[in-house]
Write a protein that binds this ligand. Sequence first.
Ligand SMILES: *[C@@H]1O[C@H](CO)[C@@H](O)[C@H](O)[C@H]1NC(C)=O
Ligand SMILES: *[C@@H]1O[C@H](CO)[C@@H](O)[C@H](O)[C@H]1NC(C)=O
Ligand SMILES: *[C@@H]1O[C@H](CO)[C@@H](O)[C@H](O)[C@H]1NC(C)=O
Ligand SMILES: *[C@@H]1O[C@H](CO)[C@@H](O)[C@H](O)[C@H]1NC(C)=O
Length: 407
Amino acid sequence: MRFSSALAVASVASTALAAPNKRAASPTATDAADVYAAQATALTLSPTSNVKGKVFDRYVSIWFENTDFVTAQADPNFAFFAKKGITLSSLVSVTHPSEPNYIAAVGGDYFGLDGDAFNQVPQNVSTVIDLLEDKGISWAMYQEDMPYSGFQGFAWVNQQNGANDYVRKHNPAILYNSVVNSPERAAVIKNTTMFYKDLKDNKLPQWMFITPNMTSDAHDTSVTVAGVWLRNFLGPLLEDKNFMQNTLVLITFDENENYAIQNRVFSVLLGDAVPEELEGTTDENYYNHYSEISTVEANWDLHTLGRWDVGANVFANVAKYTGDRIRKWSTTPDLAHRYFNSSYPGIFTTHGKWAPQPVPDCHSRRNGRTTLPSIKAQWESQQDKNYYHGELEIPDGANPPVYPYTW
Ligand SMILES: *[C@@H]1O[C@H](CO)[C@@H](O)[C@H](O)[C@H]1NC(C)=O
Ligand SMILES: *[C@@H]1O[C@H](CO)[C@@H](O)[C@H](O)[C@H]1NC(C)=O
Ligand SMILES: *[C@@H]1O[C@H](CO)[C@@H](O)[C@H](O)[C@H]1NC(C)=O
Ligand SMILES: *[C@@H]1O[C@H](CO)[C@@H](O)[C@H](O)[C@H]1NC(C)=O
């Protein structure tokens, strides 16, 4: 796992090619013939549910790429949506580059990842998906230009012009073995063609994560292109009854562009779950990508992962009704001097010190929420190796986590 890389993908792909008649194409194969063969038979599911939340009944994240806060704020289309919602002026990403931020947003840690290689988070790491399913809440990923549901390959390019399109590193669920090893789960990791089908059929789930392609999300282009994409995508949805069903939408970015300044990203909360009096306002509280998990936990009274999700502030418009206390950063160095521009050690470290897989906090408590029982059952006997304690102040490369033991 430590040294997994793009090279590993290449060998998986060629193994699949070497024995074309022996078995179906591997879901990690990226050769066009394999992809089209798998596309023809891929399982797609669209489960729905109707579990009432305290503040919202549907949660939608839309992630863009690599843009400084002030640059996104100045874009006319991002500004258009800011007027319709709450701008979060202190949402700080957790590290650089992309992939660890996506991993963090569903798993509550990034396990030392400091690159964008082909990684697989071990089966024994749980995600927000386990928390949602535990309460019967439906979910899906919608990834623009992913060639078929459950595709696990490293990338898929535009077949006409060879341009980057879909990339695995921007698809948080696909990076977790605990997700992709279940066929039912893989079948709800879909593309935006399926999004429009689910929308038309009024079969959208209650939790979803949307990633535009490498052109649309600003990665290979600019915030201007991303803003136009967002206007075309989200603009009509704001008026669509099949989308707006007490829905909270988060527009955000994985990370900023300039590594020398704090990794703060432009983020807006909007949708029909945001009351009119909050439209066009700014919330200055400190949040990070773990707040995206804690807010969902607070809204539906979910269990926790026992990782950095436990201490993350719940978005204030939600916390006001769930009774979650918003906390201020209180340790030195203060927040202004925390850049979150490099990764601390972990199992995925490639250019620094390695560190073991952290054990979740099995005794987490936050406003009545406790650690998911299946996580407790798996990890309870190793609590002497837990480094999470429910704090708001999270580590970064310059201020790494303190392990209670040596190895
Ligand atoms: C979790 O899985 C990893 C990778 O397979 C393994 O190294 C580790 O020992 C496992 N930990 C536990 C507590 O099962
Ligand atoms: C989207 O996924 C579906 C289901 O697997 C597949 O049939 C379709 O061809 C995909 N669309 C695109 C544009 O790749
Ligand atoms: C990315 O998405 C846009 C629109 O959403 C589409 O026009 C474009 O063809 C897609 N792919 C590439 C490589 O640009
Ligand atoms: C993080 O930002 C600080 C402040 O600008 C800078 O001194 C440091 O070199 C940066 N680290 C990386 C890895 O870019």
